[in-house]
Design a binder for this molecule. Structure first.
Ligand code: CTP
Length: 395
């Protein structure tokens, strides 16, 4: 787990070194961002030593002469915990202010921000603070309520930062993968197919298989049993719930899909299957004897269409589309033609390099039209979003 901790200028920042030690001891990776004022409360040297990473304070790192990239922090983190979160930072979170590295990072996190507000009891009861908490909750931030007890002011009441152990368990409970697909049987196709021309040559494409593998991994982490039917890729999966079936050609992929289809409840067809294959595979390597050479091709079976035709009322099929023109219209057409329950359109805008890239941007269509759009994000996060969507259409 990659834990990003944002430290703001509250007395209870003294508890954060113990929290960092706890995360590290449990095998997490930790990075920290501090607001400039918080460095009066706890030393960056302590934070950096315990987290085993440099601390981000300013946008510009004078020592290394490099830029502290807030977007990279956001992409790195599985979760961003802001603790303690002062009334001032809470206000900025509610407003979307961007006047320090911590705030810029918050705005770069797509989800998974948790805050632990800590302040004096009168401050915590103030209507503006209550309003700001309502606002960040509405924005999707998770709020760990403060503890009741002795406060730095000498007063006693609600406003204390919870103990490191409590913060640790709150974060872990938040990150624990939901088991919403426990023992559900899923099939995923991934990667390209290679269509042999002769013993040493083939027709293929640039699909890396990353999207299909990310989908398989996410299903497995949510408790599903996954049959991952993959064309040639460099990827491997060691998850105990993923049964990997390696194939080369579209016909082999089709056979593997048919073999496993009856036991499948959800089929996600992410493979970039070659539409055509050579009519004949030369037995010997083709020699360059003539000036030109034609290879006759024959259409491959459409695996997604076959599954769409052969599904029961308890099975769901989800396909992918990659279009260079009239994308939405073509994706909708594919949904109907292939009798799919949803089509995930790889959107090339802002993410031109879809094949082999670690990021993706997608729009999901179902029978009612555009159902969901997921902005550019890592394929892991896109996989999570796609599966969250499938939850809404599964039986
Ligand atoms: N697909 C499949 N078997 C094929 C071709 C495609 O299962 N022989 C699946 C892909 O895995 C993907 C979807 O169908 O989920 C979209 O494939 P695509 O090749 O883009 O669609 P086509 O129907 O071939 O349309 P076109 O080539 O005209 O865009």
């Amino acid at each position: 787990m990659r834990i990003l901790i944002g430290i703001t200028a509250g007395i209870s920042a003294y508890k954060i070194p113990l929290l960092i030690r706890k995360f590290i001891k449990e095998g997490c990776e930790v990075r920290c961002i501090m607001t400039p004022d918080s460095t009066d409360f706890v030393s960056p040297l302590v934070i950096s030593t315990l987290s085993k990473n440099p601390v981000g304070i300013e946008f510009w790192n004078k020592e290394t002469g490099s830029w502290n990239n807030h977007v990279a922090y956001g992409e790195w983190a599985d979760v961003f915990l802001i603790a303690p979160c002062t009334a001032n930072t809470l206000n900025k979170l509610a407003q979307g202010a961007c006047d320090n590295l911590l705030m810029a990072t918050y705005l770069s996190m797509r989800h998974n921000t948790i805050i632990s507000p800590a302040m004096d009891l009168e401050m915590y009861q103030h209507p503006t603070v209550k309003r700001n908490i309502e606002q960040v909750l509405a924005d999707g931030v998770r709020v760990i309520p403060p503890d009741h007890g002795e406060l730095a002011s000498g007063l006693s009441g609600e406003g204390r930062l919870p103990e490191p152990e409590t913060l640790y368990h709150e974060v872990m409970a938040h990150l624990a993968p939901q088991k919403d697909y426990l023992n559900i049987k899923v099939m995923v196709t991934a990667g390209p197919t290679y269509e042999a021309i002769d013993p040493v040559r083939f027709i293929g494409n640039h699909s890396s298989g990353k999207m299909g593998f990310a989908i398989a991994e996410n299903f497995a982490s949510r408790g599903a049993w996954v049959t991952l039917i993959t064309g040639p890729t460099t990827l491997e999966s060691s998850h105990e719930r993923i049964h990997c079936v390696k194939v080369t050609s579209a016909l082999e992929m089709f056979d593997a899909v048919k073999t496993h289809w009856d036991e499948t409840e959800i089929g996600v067809f992410a493979a970039a299957v070659a539409d055509y294959r050579p009519t004949q595979i030369a037995e010997e390597k083709i020699k360059k004897t003539s000036e030109d050479l034609s290879i006759e091709l024959i259409k491959n079976p459409d695996i997604l269409s076959w599954a769409g035709l052969n599904k029961s009322s308890k099975q769901r099929t989800i396909g992918f589309a990659l279009e260079t023109n009239d994308a939405d219209q073509n994706a909708r057409g594919k949904l109907a033609r292939k009798n799919a329950d949803a089509i995930v359109l790889n959107v090339l805008e802002e993410n031109e390099k879809c094949f082999n890239s670690d990021t993706n941007k997608v729009r999901i269509f179902d029978v009612n039209g555009l159902a969901l759009e997921l902005p550019v994000a890592s394929k892991t996060k896109i996989a999570q979003g796609i599966i969250d969507f499938i939850t809404t259409i599964r039986v």
